[in-house]
Design a binder for this molecule. Sequence first.
Ligand SMILES: Nc1nc2c(ncn2[C@@H]2O[C@H](COP(=O)(O)OP(=O)(O)OP(=O)(O)O)[C@@H](O)[C@H]2O)c(=O)[nH]1
Ligand SMILES: [Mg+2]
Ligand SMILES: [Zn+2]
Length: 380
Amino acid sequence: MMSINNYGWDLHFEREWNEKFAYGKATELSNGSPRCLPVHAGPAADCVNCSSRQPGRIIADYGQILKVAVDDGELNVNRPVQKLENDMQMAVGDWVVLEYAAETQAICIRSVLTRKTKFSRAAAGIEVKEQILAANVDTVFIIQSLNRDFNMRRLERYLIAAWESGAIPVVVLTKADCCDDIPDKVAVVNYTAPGVEVHAISCVTGEGIEEIRKYFAYGKTVALLGSSGVGKSTLVNTLIGEELLKTQAIREDDSRGRHTTTHRELVLLPGGGLILDTPGMRALSLWEADAGMEIMFSDVEELVRLCRFNDCRHQSEPGCAIRESLDTGKLEMERWENWLKLQKELAHLEARKEGKQRLLEKQWSKQISKFQKQFHKGRM
Ligand SMILES: Nc1nc2c(ncn2[C@@H]2O[C@H](COP(=O)(O)OP(=O)(O)OP(=O)(O)O)[C@@H](O)[C@H]2O)c(=O)[nH]1
Ligand SMILES: [Mg+2]
Ligand SMILES: [Zn+2]
């Protein structure tokens, strides 16, 4: 029978659920009846909400409506209007606490369980904000097509974000049927992504499809990320063996995708395992990158630490390990320049985050002083 275990519910979530949300596990009141903790202070037996609380996983995001998988099927619930505790964002892949609210006679989301992993980017627009694209993902397929979308600088960026997410990245190169130098391309990827598995596949000939099925073990989640038109939805359809998701040919004039997929959706594969299709991205703006940069550029970061001066600008200072390595060819110029570019971008992002923080603090202190004034007035 289908249960939330199919969707990846495991001991990690079970433990948090039992500690914080389970019915009947709470401490006893002095009169002996069980008390519902921590959500309601009253006796659990009287609490309609408690007895109808259940966990669910967000499997599709339609904006205002979220589709949630529960033990006995699927539910559509409204995205909560009021902010949840800790100002939690919700994303496809999240495990949430559902509760029947007697006041509105509707099922609503009370809380989000602690994520195992999350893949984020900086949200588009002027506001400095995190956008979570996928939660509780085990493996990230970074997808590029072998004919038109092949770009190592872009791949680097996705890899940084993927390592940062806590999930394991895998590079999947699609449209192998349209490429006659696959080994060369794979070698280029291996150089850019050392230690990462690389697969060349084709949804037309079926090449490589069986090999990637190993990532879809029971309850495991794989997210597909990449530009529009690289064949993400086609891969989902190929793996499930039917035309479930809409796909569309790329444009002839500039060979870009048409942004066919418009929402994120988690699909259960017949053999177990889950696959998350996402809309193609124009750009991936990094949000956090410390761990990702350390993994992707450990050689460069190590060299920077070896420079004689702490504030070395790596230009003409004596004892500069970077210059030395560039001269001997140990460090590739392109790689160095790319590291510099990423550093600049991340420093800019940090400055924007700090600016926002200062602004919030300013607004807050304004509010406090207003409150204090009112308070003093009231006492006079
Ligand atoms: N030749 C060839 N074409 C493919 C392959 N996989 C996908 N395509 C084609 O590429 C086009 C785009 O595929 P989609 O699956 O819609 O791409 P997508 O990544 O989901 O695009 P968005 O939803 O816009 O992000 C379609 O015309 C597919 O038929 C493949 O392995 N070989
Ligand atoms: Mg698609
Ligand atoms: Zn230096």
